[in-house]
Design a protein around this ligand. Sequence first.
Ligand code: HEC
Length: 116
Amino acid sequence: MKKLLLVILMAVPVAVTAQSATSGNAEKGKQLFMKQNCYYCHGTTGQGGRDGARIAQTALNVQGLIRYVRKPAGAMPAFTEKILSDQELTDIYAYLKSLPAAKAPKDVPLLLDQVK
Ligand code: HEC
């Protein structure tokens, strides 16, 4: 019985560590998004900008985002593990997922005249 308890106690920290690797901290992610200049191309809220794609509410999953950022397809510079760890990219992912999706044109008051 004692042995079983020991095994359970040893398993708990492992489970906790594994979990923190898959869930990101949106607040940290926001800071990294600014610090690493993602905002320069993607806009401060990932809304897209002059050079970068709209990435707020990205359709990628977290693994897809990490893979993309390490090896981008087009005009985007690559960010290596040294610059941004997988955990930091997971935080950025949480930040992007916390942002509002694009508004429909009819919900933007300034555009209302054009949609009517
Ligand atoms: C120099 C401009 C630039 C910077 C800086 C930049 N990106 Fe990009 N990013 C782009 C462009 C442009 C694309 C569109 C695809 C392409 O042409 O590479 C893109 C695409 C992406 C995509 C894929 C979008 C999709 O849904 O397919 C993700 C995710 C992304 N960027 C994340 C980031 C993150 C995170 C950072 C900061 C660590 C960053 N980008 C910094 C320009 C940039």
